[in-house]
Write a protein that binds this ligand. Structure first.
Ligand code: 13P
Ligand code: SF4
Length: 330
């Protein structure tokens, strides 16, 4: 049910948001803080960020940041990744309970058992994993470099890929790798986007391109269609990370796009491409964990310098190896 907001109330909310933004910008200079935000963050939070991007871009920004404190507006595993990469900096997260269903889909005990059952295999884990899991990995990867990471591993080596089964099947298909075992985890937001949602949206927006995130459950059948030049009413299908989507739609001569990922990405897409049309594959594709971070929480976090994200050094040191291997590959 849509709640109607009266005009005076709307103006009051706008004024409050603008006051928070002004104070956040002042505090971050005063306290030497860089604000990083994932592409799924709410628009107000993206507006105060120094950098908004995908998991890979945010990892790189965390590594390069020249400020003493990183305020990470994203889910917990992302802030942990920043803390692992930058052990001498302080990392704050505005909402420490911002979790991730995908990262919850494997425990460290399950991973240890899986590795023990496949001695000699190489473990490749998506960045959407806890620090403890990363400490067990040979390589970390994100949606934008998973193919490159897998391609860099000698062909004869068996690979354990975790935790996202759709990203895993996508990578296995693109690389042609036959010796990849894939963990059966999923993200509830992306897995919830159905082929029916997509067909309806493509039919409603004529002459549209279709961009899809590899965490989507329909990625696997879509790839066959993508390889043959299209899907349903779409004139072109591209499987991309969130930042890859933003780059692709900006460069494409097309005007209409159906977008299959979390709806937060539409804010930047529309802002950067005001003459193009973007329709979400599903309006319900909203990550409640990402949306736990609000402008007020960003302000409180800066003001009170909390919540600090810390990873025990014996875990961080091992996890860093897997992340650094990934960053070296691309
Ligand atoms: P990207 O790395 O493509 O931004 O995707 C990450 C993701 O789904 C985080 O939830
Ligand atoms: Fe995790 Fe899915 Fe939310 Fe991304 S969209 S943070 S994978 S639950």
């Amino acid at each position: 049910m849509t709640m109607l907001v009266s005009e005076p109330r709307r103006q009051q909310q706008q004024q409050q948001a603008s006051d928070f933004k002004e104070e956040i910008l002042r505090l971050k200079e005063e306290k030497d803080v860089v604000i990083l935000a994932h592409n799924y963050q709410v628009p107000d939070v993206q507006d105060v960020a120094d950098y908004t991007g995908d998991s890979l871009g945010l990892s790189r920004q965390a590594a390069q940041a020249d400020r003493q404190t990183i305020l990470f507006c994203g889910v917990h595993f992302m802030a942990e990744t920043a803390a692992i990469i930058s052990p001498h900096k302080r990392v704050l997260i505005p909402e420490p309970d911002a979790g991730c269903s995908l990262s919850d889909s494997i425990t460290v005990e399950e991973l240890r058992d899986w590795k023990a059952a496949h001695p000699g295999s190489i473990s490749v884990g998506y960045v959407n994993t806890t620090a403890e899991i990363k400490a067990e990995l040979d390589y970390c990867c994100t949606s934008s470099n998973a193919v490159k990471v897998v391609d860099s591993i000698p062909a004869e080596k068996e690979i354990l890929f975790l935790p996202d089964m759709f990203l895993g099947s996508y990578v296995a298909k693109v690389t042609g790798r036959k010796n990849m075992r894939i963990w059966a985890g999923e993200c509830h937001v992306h897995a919830g986007i159905t082929p029916q949602d997509i067909e309806e949206k493509l039919a409603s927006l004529k002459d549209s391109e279709f961009v899809i995130h590899p965490e989507c459950s329909c990625t696997t059948p879509m790839m066959y269609d993508a390889a043959s030049g299209g899907f349903g009413d779409a004139k072109k299908v591209s499987v991309l990370s969130t930042e890859g989507m933003l780059n692709h739609v900006a460069a494409s001569p097309s005007r209409n796009f159906v977008v299959a990922t979390e709806v937060g990405i539409l804010y930047r897409m529309r802002k950067q491409n005001p003459t193009k049309n973007f329709v979400p594959a599903s309006e319900n594709a909203e990550c409640q964990y990402m949306k736990m971070i609000t402008l007020q929480k960003v302000y409180d976090s800066l003001l009170n310098e909390r919540s600090v994200v810390s990873v025990p050094p014996h875990i961080a040191d091992r996890a860093r190896l897997a992340i650094e291997r990934m960053l070296e590959i691309g």
